[in-house]
Design a protein around this ligand. Sequence first.
Ligand code: SAM
Ligand code: SF4
Length: 462
Amino acid sequence: MKYINEGKINNLLASEARAGFDRLDAILEKAKSLKRLSLQESAVLLSVSEPSYIQKIFAAASFVKDKIYGRRVVLFAPLYISNLCKNSCLYCAFKSDNVSIRRKALTPSEIVSQTELLLKQGQKRILMVCGEAAPEGKTNIDYYVEAVKAIYRAGVGKNKIKRVNINCAPLSVEDFRELKKSGIGTYQLFQETYHQETYLRMHPKGPKSDPDNRLDAIDRAFTAGIDDIGIGVLYGLYDYKFETLGLLSHVEHMEKEFNVGPHTISVPRIEPAEGVELSLNPPYKLSDDEFKKVVAILRLSVPYTGIIMSTRETSQMRDLLLSLGVSQVSAASRTSPGGYSDLDKEDASGQFSLNDHRSLDEIVGTLIKHDYIPSFCAACYRKERTGEVFMNLAKPGTIKGKCSMNALITLKEYLDDFASDRVKELGYKMIERYFKDLEKKDQERLKLFFAHVDSGVRDEYV
Ligand code: SAM
Ligand code: SF4
């Protein structure tokens, strides 16, 4: 694969496994000063197996997470618009030769109604997801743009979706320009595996079978002006240490070529998918302990990047990973097109099974109990704090102040409009607590915003 040097990664993993504890301590000190780690330093951390040192890595990750992000956690919901796909990824229920699932591509009006169901729960940020194939007679880009517009068109009272991120197949520069114009936030694309031979085996057919085209898609998206980009590994396909260094090599490439690292990193683990043999027994299944280690090391290696966790993980694991570095979580998700219509029904056309079945209200309640501020904010995107501008605020940790203010405003909006009585009680108390800690001038500003929210204004931000 282009600019993923397998020989170098293997050599680093072999040589750095012998690093002494002094070296480890020095790396953790560097990470705590919020500096990006080199590939070599990340290789040292990945090689650690001594339990007391793993605990030190966890403590450093919590420290960095708190310094950059404060206590806020961003919430979003995925919206699967279609499960049509012409690829044959060996791990996914949407693969073209899987006859066990019902195929469906939502129409624009169905997308509006699914979005309105999400708005009624209190969601404000959507990750639009689909397989790589458009409905009959449409090109991919036309279908995506139509869908993004439908999501932004939806409304429930004064509540609208504030940000649509998108996880869809690679496009040409020209089509990425179209996508950008439709108003998307982050463009996400996971390389799945950075190991060439595994990549070729896992993607035997269809446009996705070319690994360099997929890797290049990130460069094409940047070239088209999309500067918030999300990358990821699908853990379980190959050795996790190699994959993590592959991903970090990709980060280096992005920084070198575009002066901007990834806006987000996703860390999905393979989950059981209907009719898909490999998903039941992934070749390199990642244990819970390895998974925690990966999240903590990513947090230390790329401190400015958001780490996303989906409902593939259990509620216990998700709550724990928040302290190690995760900054965005999905809530009350469905992975089938149309899946929000009847929440009690089994997902007959879903992509994979989920392990966290709590409602948005329950998740908000748990976050508050653990002293995390649930946030539905999309201010950075609205204020054009994207790409390099965002990175420059995130790197020294200065984004934190803005994030906490915005999180409190959006939390109040959620509590006023959607929360259960129990969550309202917890949430208003949290707001009071955090309000007291603000400087006088910020308290005055926040009071003004809250007065606007009380008078019915929605979607306030700094
Ligand atoms: N079809 C596009 C693609 O493959 O890039 C975008 C959407 S695809 C539905 C989103 C992601 O789901 C994939 O990139 C892959 O990492 C993940 N995925 C696929 N099968 C999975 C499984 N069995 N368990 C967990 N995640 C899975
Ligand atoms: Fe299609 Fe994406 Fe699933 Fe592969 S991962 S089969 S491209 S939906």
